[in-house]
Design a protein. Structure first.
Length: 377
């Protein structure tokens, strides 16, 4: 049957009305991501961003209904380049754009100054900034979604004493808020464990040549060297240790557990680097292998250090919105504070400062230039 031409405008109006009604039943929720999408740590920023993206896609598939409206999550991602000034500018941009939920920053040196801007703007912030100062500002709705430096640095000192059985250690840090804080926590616990700190050296997060400080360190004959810093420096440092005939193990925190260490350091990192990372061993976690598989299928790359943690927290936020029947950050935050969520990388429960009550830690080494889990604590 042929549709009369005079009915076409009417049908168009009906379709438009139905579409408008559907849109009216939809509530857009912006999820911000801030991290290094350029520079030497861009691999980590992209990995974290993809963890957020995967969670958003899954939440949209669930079609959560809050206040009678279906939530539509949208990712807004910005590059802070692990730079404090850029990170504060990104924070202000998100506040101005009415982004009320932000994942990041990755670097403690960005998280510490930016957290004030986010707090003043009423934003619920979830970060992997590990420096203890990140959660000491007294800001509400700020969550550290992994272990802190005192947990990570301390656990590496215990591992050095109890498992590696070393007695003399050297310490190097890159003078960033993250690297310096991590090294301080390692040093404190190392002394408690009876280890002798034979020397301390400093570098920067832009350096590529560590010959001078490593030569100084070699003369003091440490059995292990702890490096507070990032993989783009840790990898060449490991190669240069080998070239200088330094047989000490290189110890570090979560940032050295990245596959980037193997890509940049090659064979030099094998059985020579030991690092501690927040989170349990994904291969042994109930939903870990499935997460790794779907992440690789979606992005064509293996999940790096914190993709699972970012994914978990976004899923936790979505669940909390449904429970609170609200997208108001304060109401969602109230749910996060009082609820426990079993994710892929950990079981999330926060204290009143936003720290995880029980943050699992895994120690890794490298085999065939790839991070290999040894044990979880």
């Amino acid at each position: 049957m042929k549709t009369p031409s005079k009915m076409i405008p009417l049908l168009g109006l009906v379709a438009l009305a139905l579409a408008t009604q559907a849109e009216a039943q939809e509530q857009v929720v912006k999820i911000g991501h801030t991290g290094p999408l350029s520079g030497p740590n861009a691999f980590a920023g992209k990995d974290n961003e993809n963890g957020v993206r995967l969670a958003i896609e899954e939440l949209n598939a669930k079609k959560l209904v809050v206040g009678g409206k279906t939530l539509k999550f949208e990712l807004k991602s910005e590059d802070d380049a692990c730079d404090a000034k850029s990170g504060v500018a990104v924070a202000q941009k998100f506040v101005d754009d009415n982004v009320k939920f932000v994942m990041g920053p990755y670097c403690s040196g960005v998280a510490i100054p930016a957290s004030r801007v986010y707090s003043d703007g009423g934003v619920l912030l979830s970060t992997v900034g590990t420096n203890p100062k990140v959660t000491q500002g007294g800001y509400k709705n700020l969550y550290r979604i992994i272990a802190s430096d005192n947990q990570i640095g301390g656990s590496m000192a215990v591992y050095a004493a109890k498992v590696l059985k070393v007695t003399k250690v050297g310490v190097i840090d890159d003078r960033t808020a993250f690297g310096q804080g991590l090294a301080e926590e390692f040093t404190k616990e190392a002394k408690k464990q009876g280890l002798t700190v034979v020397g301390q050296e400093f570098t920067t997060d832009k350096a590529v040549d560590f010959t001078a400080i490593l030569t100084n360190m070699k003369a003091k004959q440490p059995e292990a060297i702890f490096f507070g810093g990032y993989a783009p420096q840790g990898a060449p440092m490991t190669r240069q240790m080998k070239q200088l005939g330094i047989n000490a193990k290189l110890l570090g925190g979560d940032t050295l557990c990245s596959p980037a260490m193997g890509k940049l350091g090659g064979d030099a990192v094998n059985d020579a680097v030991f690092c501690a990372q927040g989170g349990s061993i994904l291969e042994k976690a109930v939903s870990g292998p499935a997460f790794k598989e779907k992440f690789k299928k979606r992005f064509g790359a293996d999940a790096d250090a914190y993709a699972a943690s970012y994914y978990d927290q976004v899923m936790f936020i979505g669940e909390s919105m449904a429970k609170a029947n609200s997208i108001d950050p304060d109401k969602v935050g109230a749910e996060l504070y009082k609820t426990t969520y079993k994710g892929v990388a950990a079981t999330y429960a926060y204290d009143d400062k936003g720290n995880m009550k029980q943050a699992p830690i895994t120690v890794f080494t490298f085999k065939n230039a790839a991070p290999t889990a040894l044990a979880s604590y």
